[in-house]
Design a protein around this ligand. Sequence first.
Ligand code: ADE
Length: 234
Amino acid sequence: MDLGSEAVHIDVFTLFPPWFDWFRGQRHVVNAMALGSSVEAVDYRAHTPLKAGQVDDTPFGGGAGMVLRVDVVEAALRARYGEDPVGLREHRRVIALTPGGRLLDDALASELADEPALTLLCGRYEGFDERILEHFVSDQVSIGRYVLAGGELAAMVVMDTVLRKLPGVLGDDSSAREESFSEALEGAPEYPHYTRPAQWRGWTVPEVLLSGHHARVDEWRREQSRRRAGGPLP
Ligand code: ADE
């Protein structure tokens, strides 16, 4: 089964680069970087052509909040990639995190893990000037139908799902292959897990898991997974 490419180079454009220091310190992310992937935070403000580090502005037509400016995002992308960002999306996935975008699921995570490189754009406040989405971006991705204060947490969720799919990142590749919603489980939720102690307050573990009979264990797991696919768990 295809678990994605060997490594992914991710640039995340943000007004808050230090947020990503924490993310980069997480064990599986450290593993991914040791195996050749990268996660770099690029500061929109570092490249703004405007005075006093301005990056956003009030919306035309009035209304609350601030909108990330198209000239600021263009300058940041140009500085990073040395080309007109209109052409960038032809050879690199440029993903804006937006609440209304394509919903992130396991299939999208696998698709992104197959890419050699990704650019993630985080919005803040009221979001992006629409021309950024129209002219620079190849995809819009949402982590759920609710509104976050900005795209940073969503970018971390996307990166987490992508990086853990790369070979070697979790230590044991079968844990990423046979997990909830994966192809291996035909899109169904994962089967239940148990570990020691085999008895706790009279709560037991299914006998088959203690049997050492791998084929029966496999069959039981698949059956449990299919049963869970029938509906949400309590
Ligand atoms: N930015 C704000 N809310 C978001 C969401 N739910 N998903 C992705 N990006 C967002």
